[in-house]
Write a protein that binds this ligand. Sequence first.
Ligand code: EPZ
Length: 420
Amino acid sequence: MSEQRRLIIRGGRRIEGEIAVQGAKNSALPLLAAAVLCRGETELYNCPKLSDCDAACRILSALGCSCKREGSVVCIDASALRTSEISEKLMREMRSSIIFMGALLGRAGQCRLSFPGGCEIGSRPIDFHLDAFRKMGAKIREEHGYIVCTAQKLKGAKISFPVPSVGATENVMLAAVLAEGTTEIHNAAREPEICDLAEYLTRCGAKIKGAGTGTIHIEGVKRLSGCRYTVMPDRIAAATYLCCGAITRGEILLTQADLPSLGLVVPVLEQIGCSIYGFGNGSVYLNARKTLKAPSQIRTAPYPGFPTDAQPPMMALCATLPGTTMFAETVFENRYRHVSELTRLGAKIKVEGRVAVVEGVNRLSGAELEAGDLRGGAAMVTAALFAEGTTGIGHICYINRGYENIEGCLRSVGADIRTV
Ligand code: EPZ
């Protein structure tokens, strides 16, 4: 049903008001997987209502955990597991289900799941994950599109990644917390979601040091109990809404937000000419009523660099600013799919490999667009708020994977947006 539904946006209205930011998708997913390690109940607060989280809950239930949602709280009891296998159907619903591999190896000493495969923004290899598990003593077979892992007892090891990988860092953390001995992760990802996962695991009884830095030390323990935990705010949803406020030259207050986790997004918005303030109560205010100008260049990089997930909505904003912005997408090889759709609105963007040159224009006009991936879809929504006339966006299932009620949030701050 959601395949045929489209977002219809009439642009040209200033965004003014307040949005409560959802819990972080990219923290909730590894936290839901981590609950598998605990012989007890986990209560996950501020868990966003997203199709990706629903998929993770279906996997937990299929593994034999009890998993139920009450509003924004998800309760998981993983005391008894029925299986350590995840069906191809469930794996295909969400490629980041690979995060269950570390949890199942850590808890059950084995797992069988299908290759997650690539996705819309790149091939998404998992070699770092598999190499690390082998170093920890797992035997890994790949057969008929399935990965079969067995490990009598995982052993701590020294793991180094060629480039920081969020998923591989998280997967090794999940495999290491119940392993025998100590695991060191070098060139670890430093994203705030890594700290969220480490904090949850520590509350469950794990021994982890260095999360948020490039080197993480984990000392294996015998067992983990569940705990009550609140998912951190979604820094990419927050960045997206700030871009929506800026592109309409409006002002927006984000509550339940976290300024430090926004990283380089803040100085870039300030370079553009926005005023941004963070308040101690976890809110972030942006005012874009002044004259704005294009930033000269934006280069994505692992945290604390400019987040690749914020590149598409930020590009939509830059497409409407006087001047030229050069983007360099260093993390994924195919993350400019939104460019052709933004061009249909009148944006002037040239792509050469991993570089995109955006020449700002002072008007965009509405058109019919099709989302091709999650953050590319968010870029189309951002640009449509500025475009004159009506823009239709299809395949909104991509957008609903990562944004909880984007239509309601934007409508609450003045956007003319509806789903048909
Ligand atoms: C996580 O993906 C996020 N997803 C992505 O968000 C995010 O874009 C990405 O981190 C980077 O921040 C979740 O957290 C669920 P990586 P992940 O491993 O873990 C290469 C969104 O829109 N690599 O940090 O898959 C890889 O090809 C999504 O919310 C290997 O070569 O990303 C990439 O070039 C999109 N081998 C680089 O590392 C491996 O085994 C970073 O990828 C693993 C990764």
